[in-house]
Ligand binder design. Structure first.
Ligand SMILES: [Ca+2]
Ligand SMILES: [Ca+2]
Ligand SMILES: [Ca+2]
Length: 352
């Protein structure tokens, strides 16, 4: 699976379309044989690296190579900058050759790169990205012709030893309760790139018994960066008091941990408007989709939810109406409830 970044120009407007058309792009250009180079270095050293570009088209492709800076936002999405602009950029240390060439149909070319580590470089991980970009091509897409330029980035990490892995937890937020999931905020406070930061979650009840355990897929975290890690569980807490304990293993000497207390109150439901029944959970899944309490789940319930988002009963019993399970009740739950109704109707064929 290649990570793709595709810029698309429609009517002179440049857009970035990522997942939308990537499925049709395998027949659209070139590939590279790696997406990351991770080098261990000492000050003053020159380190070589190489990668291969392969033209998969039946026509020649003009390829250009250029450097950039990048980092990730706190949700792990890549952000790109001009080369040499970030404090820990290695872009000015890197050279690749050639930077512009034509690849014939099916042709393969090896690109040679060097990293010249300055003699006075302080210990730590430095990073940059080598972009490999093809030429703009006209591609039919949803009835129009769009210009697609394929670009693949190869991330270059250079770690000047000795470095130390260090991290801390800066937040633990319980969000959805059906089932329970949390955000854990981790910070890389050291100088070393952390390739695998793994969050674990344990839920302990008042008797001290572990009632749920879950592990998130590991994520990378750059030095000086913070990262929210989502940990999902399949635990649906009954009313009660719990300790939710997040532990993160980032490859350092010790694990870091943070507890929070979770209080799940019993629901206390009342009719949401004059003349209506008590909201009902018709299928026992913990979500009260029959908001008007007439024993049926239909459009009237969706309409009612849109009107009572700020209702004190909804606020005080949010988990009954948090249909998208994100920890708040808002317009997105109206949309989620509409989807729920559509899914229910698709599942049960009409027998009138
Ligand atoms: Ca339900
Ligand atoms: Ca109803
Ligand atoms: Ca919600």
């Amino acid at each position: 699976m290649w990570k793709l970044r595709v810029s698309v120009t429609i009517g002179g407007v440049r857009l970035f379309i990522l997942a939308l058309i990537s499925a049709s792009l395998t027949a659209l250009g070139f590939e590279v044989n790696l997406l990351e180079v991770d080098l261990s270095a000492r000050p003053g050293l020159t380190l070589p690296f190489s990668f291969i570009v392969h033209n998969e088209l039946a026509q020649p492709e003009q390829i250009i190579l250029y450097l950039g800076d990048w980092d990730r936002n706190e949700f792990g999405e890549n952000r790109f900058y001009e080369p040499g602009t970030l404090p820990h950029s290695s872009a000015t240390w890197i050279q690749v050759l050639p930077t512009s060439f034509v690849l014939g149909p099916g042709e393969v070319r090896e690109i040679q790169g060097t990293v010249q580590v300055p003699a006075q470089a302080e210990p730590g991980t430095y990073w940059a990205i080598v972009f490999v970009q093809g030429e703009p091509r006209l591609v039919p897409y949803q009835g129009v012709v769009v210009t697609v330029t394929r670009r693949i980035g190869i991330k270059i990490y250079v770690t000047v030893e000795p470095t130390e892995a260090r991290g801390e937890l800066r937040g633990l937020e319980v969000r959805g309760l059906n089932p329970l999931w949390v955000w854990v905020k981790f910070a890389n406070t050291g100088t070393k790139n952390l390739r695998e930061v793994q969050a674990l979650l344990r839920v302990i009840d008042v008797q001290g018994k572990t009632v749920a355990e879950a592990r998130a897929p590991s994520v990378p975290c750059l030095p000086g960066s913070e990262r929210w890690i989502r940990v999902d569980t399949d635990f649906r807490p009954e009313p009660g008091v719990y300790q939710v304990l997040a532990t993160v293993d980032y490859g350092g000497e010790a694990l870091v941990a943070m507890p929070v207390r979770l209080v799940v109150r019993p629901l206390s439901l009342f009719p949401l408007a004059e003349g209506l029944g008590l909201p009902q959970d018709l299928d026992g899944d913990g979500f009260y989709e029959d908001l008007n309490g007439d024993g049926v789940f239909d459009e009237a319930d969706i309409e009612l939810l849109g009107q009572v988002l700020a209702h004190p009963v909804v606020r005080a019993n949010f988990r009954a109406f948090d249909f998208n399970n994100d920890g708040v009740v808002d317009e997105r739950d109206v949309a989620a409830l509409r989807e729920l109704l559509a899914a229910k109707r698709a599942k049960v064929p009409k027998t009138e």
